[in-house]
Design a binder for this molecule. Structure first.
Ligand code: GTP
Length: 359
C-alpha cells in the first residue's frame, strides 16, 4: 500500500477571489517573496480573458487557446467563453499534471492564478477537474483573496465568508482567507469579527431592522464553526507586508492537506499508476480511485466531468463518451482510431504551446 501525494514537498496554491481583490498582484508577490527566500515558483495563468499580467507565467492558458476565437466560434458571451476555454483546457489536464510532475525537482511552489469571475472557476466542472487533478499529485491549498477595504461593510464581509466557506466545501481543499490591501485599511476589524461574534453583532446593530442584516447575523452565527477551522492572514500584495504570515499559513494548510490525504488515500500501487496514467497508455489497468467505474482512464473521467451539467460534482456514470474513449475490443480498433483522430482534431483546433521559463 502507498499514498498518492502526501510526501511530496512541492505545494500547489490556487489563488481565487472576487474580481479586483488582488489575485494577480498576489501571484506576482508570492513569486518575488519566495525568490527572496531562495525558493522557486512555477506560475500558471488560468485566466483566458486577462489582457496583461505583471509576471511571466510558466504555463499560460492563453497559449493554449484564444479566448476571442472561442467567443466567436461558439457564439458566447464573455463568461461563457471563459468557461468554455477552461473546459477545453481541462481536456488537457493530464498533460499539465505530467508537466508539473516533471518540474517537481526544481520547483517549491506552483502558484495558479484564476479568472476574476470567481464562480466560473470554483463552480464549474472544469475548475474542479483542474484543482482535483493537481491535488491528486501535490499538496494543494486554496488562497481566498478578500478585498479588505470593500469587506469593511459587515454585509460584504459575511457574503465573502459564506462564499469562501462554500468554495472550501465544494473543492474539498484547505483554504486560507487572505485579507488583502492592508496598506489601505486596517484589517483588525475582520480579525475581530472572525474571532468574536459579539463584535460583529455590534457592527450589524447599526443596520438594525434591515432584512438582510438579520439574515447576515444568523448566517454569521452559523458560520462560527467555519471561522474556527479556517486560517486567516492580513497582507498587502502591493507592498509585501504580511507575506511571512501568509507563507506560514500556506505551509500549515499544506501539512493539513497531507495528513488528511495521507489517511484517506491509502490505495494500491496499481491504482496509483492508473490514476496518473496517460490515456494512450491506459489499457490494462483494472483499478480506479473514488467513485469512478472500474476501467475508466483519466481521460474518460475528465470527459465525463467536462460534459456533466454545471453544479453537479460527481461524474455521471452513464454520460455518453466518444467511442474513442470507451473500452473497446480489438475488432473495433479501426473505428476507434478514426474517432480518436476526430477527437484529436477537435483539440488541435486550439494550438497548444506549453512554455517554461524553468527550462
Ligand atoms: N493598495 C493596494 N492595491 C492593491 C493591492 N493588491 C492589488 N491591488 C490593486 O488592486 C487592483 C486589482 O488587482 P489585481 O491583482 O489585478 O486583482 P485581480 O483579483 O487579479 O483582478 P481580476 O483578474 O480582474 O479578478 C490593481 O489596481 C492592483 O494594483 C494591495 O495590496 N494594495
Amino acid at each position: 500500500m502507498t499514498t498518492i501525494c502526501p510526501n511530496r514537498n512541492t505545494i500547489a496554491c490556487f489563488v481565487i477571489g472576487m474580481a479586483g481583490s488582488g489575485k494577480t498582484t498576489l501571484v506576482q508577490r508570492m513569486a518575488s517573496e519566495l525568490s527572496k527566500r531562495e525558493q522557486s515558483t512555477y506560475l500558471i495563468n488560468l485566466d483566458p480573458a486577462v489582457i496583461q499580467i505583471p509576471y511571466e507565467p510558466n504555463v499560460d492558458i492563453r497559449d493554449t487557446l484564444n479566448y476571442k476565437d472561442v467567443q466567436i466560434e461558439f457564439q458566447l458571451g464573455p463568461n461563457g467563453a471563459i468557461l468554455t476555454a477552461l473546459n477545453l483546457f481541462a481536456t488537457r489536464i493530464d498533460q499539465l499534471v505530467e508537466l508539473l510532475e516533471s518540474r517537481e525537482e526544481q520547483v517549491d511552489t506552483f502558484v495558479v492564478d484564476t479568472p476574476g469571475q470567481v464562480e466560473v472557476f470554483t463552480w464549474s466542472s472544469s475548475g474542479s477537474i483542474i484543482a482535483e487533478s493537481i491535488a491528486s499529485s501535490f499538496p494543494t491549498v486554496l488562497l481566498y483573496v478578500v478585498d479588505s477595504p470593500r469587506a469593511t461593510k459587515p454585509l460584504t464581509f459575511v457574503s465573502n465568508m459564506i462564499y469562501a466557506c462554500s468554495i472550501m466545501y465544494r473543492m474539498q481543499l484547505p483554504l486560507v482567507v487572505v485579507l488583502n490591501k492592508k496598506d489601505l485599511v486596517s484589517t483588525e476589524f475582520a480579525q475581530q469579527w472572525l474571532s468574536d461574534f459579539d463584535t460583529f453583532d455590534e457592527a450589524m446593530q447599526q443596520l438594525e431592522g434591515d432584512y438582510s442584516s438579520n439574515l447576515a447575523r444568523s448566517m454569521a452565527l452559523a458560520m462560527e464553526e467555519f471561522y474556527r477551522v479556517i486560517s486567516c492572514c492580513s497582507i498587502s500584495a502591493a507592498t509585501g507586508e504580511g507575506m511571512d504570515e501568509l507563507l506560514n499559513c500556506v505551509k500549515k494548510a499544506a501539512n493539513e492537506f497531507s495528513s488528511f490525504r495521507g489517511e484517506k488515500n491509502h490505495i494500491s500501487v496499481n491504482e496509483e499508476t492508473a490514476s496518473l496514467e496517460r490515456p494512450s497508455q491506459a489499457t490494462t489497468s483494472t483499478t480506479t480511485i473514488g467513485a469512478s467505474s472500474s476501467q475508466e482512464t483519466s481521460r474518460q473521467r475528465i470527459w465525463k466531468k467536462v460534459n456533466q451539467p454545471a453544479g453537479q460534482s460527481e461524474p455521471i456514470q452513464d454520460a455518453p463518451l466518444p467511442k474513442s474513449l470507451e473500452t473497446t475490443s480489438l475488432g473495433e480498433e479501426e473505428n476507434m482510431l478514426e474517432e480518436e483522430e476526430e477527437y484529436q482534431a477537435l483539440l488541435d483546433q486550439f494550438p497548444t504551446r506549453w512554455h517554461s521559463t524553468v527550462e
